[in-house]
Design a protein around this ligand. Structure first.
Ligand SMILES: [Zn+2]
Length: 337
């Protein structure tokens, strides 16, 4: 009888327990993409990679790279992309839901709109941008201003001009910085890693020196009211990142991609240094999930498993810092629990 009662009690309690959400997470770096936007699916990525970018110069690096992804020869663990747009979207949605994630989402504007419509409470609309996209999609300062003023789009990023060989402090980018500052739109700028060997697989103007967060310095000084975060936390140029964070107290970073794809020991070394140096309140979680929905959970787990972080430091990285940076209201935060 006692056992029966216990079973009944358990059956009453469990569904309630199962429904309970894990604490909320804000993903500052999430992409709405088509399944083939990183090449013909399925594509694998190391989660994390063990080795990065090995090539004999007599060989075509693009082939080496593609082959390494196909055979997972650089990774002990990997994740594989879904093959259709629908499966990618649905798996992303279920990863957001399961991990209680609210995601700053960029991509083709129509696709972001579609995802927002399907999951209005978890998608925070963002606009990705570089000079090439601006030309292709007509995203001039004026048209961007209309999109931001309408309130439909909340964040300006990912800004990927690093791939085009531009520093964010370049005069060609100046009008966009001025617009974001004037409208008080938070801005996420890619400063750090693309794929290993980027100039040899299509991004011919990508340069290692643009990984340095020092590229932000003039832009920050010219626009002191701008809310800006360095996506990928300027990895691997740690000293430059620390110096820039130290000198510019308004700057935040996100952990996009480095939280799941670079060798884990290196990620922890980098993250621990950022925290030890006193910047734990300005580090935000970002998955940089492109076509790999599992990257969301992998990234979150990497924070949970970081034994050098306290519980409250983990909560800062996963939620509190982004809520402060985005200036979420108490009401908005309550709605996210
Ligand atoms: Zn990026």
């Amino acid at each position: 009888m006692r056992l029966f009662l216990w079973l009944v009690l358990q059956s009453l309690i469990q569904p309630i327990a199962a429904q309970k959400n894990p604490p909320p997470v804000i993903d500052m770096h999430f992409h709405a993409l088509h399944a083939d936007e990183q090449g013909p699916p399925p594509i694998s990525v190391g989660a994390p990679f063990r080795d990065l970018g090995i090539n004999d110069p007599k060989d075509d690096y693009r082939k080496t790279f593609d082959n390494a992804l196909k055979t997972n020869s650089w990774a002990d663990q990997f994740i594989r992309s879904p093959t259709t747009d629908d499966s990618l979207r649905l798996l992303n949605f279920s990863a957001l839901k399961q991990n209680n994630v609210y995601a700053v989402t960029s991509g083709d504007i129509e696709l972001v709109r579609k995802w927002k419509q399907a999951m209005p409470n978890r998608i925070i609309n963002s606009i990705d941008w570089d000079f090439n996209m601006a030309a292709k999609r007509g995203l001039t300062v004026d048209s961007l201003e209309t999109l931001f003023r309408s309130g439909e789009f909340k964040v300006f990023g990912e800004i990927t001009i690093q791939y085009e060989g531009y520093s964010p402090s370049d005069s060609a980018f100046e009008p966009y910085l001025a617009m974001a500052e004037r409208l008080d739109i938070p801005m996420g700028i890619h400063v750090g890693c693309g794929p290993p060997g980027a100039p040899y697989i299509g991004s011919t103007k990508y340069r290692a020196r643009l990984h340095s967060a020092l590229v932000l310095e003039d832009a920050l000084l010219r626009h002191p009211k701008l809310r800006v975060y360095a996506m990928h936390a300027g990895w691997p140029m740690l000293d430059d990142m620390l110096a820039t964070l130290y000198t510019h107290p308004q700057l935040y970073v996100d952990l996009g991609a480095i939280c799941y794809f670079i060798p884990r020991k290196e990620f922890y070394f980098y993250l621990e240094r950022l925290v030890n140096a006193g910047f734990g309140k300005r580090i935000m979680f970002g998955s940089d999930n492109m076509v790999w929905p599992q990257a969301i959970q992998q990234g979150i787990q990497s924070i949970h498993k970081a034994d050098f972080l306290t519980m409250s430091q983990k909560r800062d990285i996963l939620f509190n810092n982004a809520a402060r940076f985005l200036r979420l209201t108490k009401k908005e935060i309550e709605a996210m629990q």
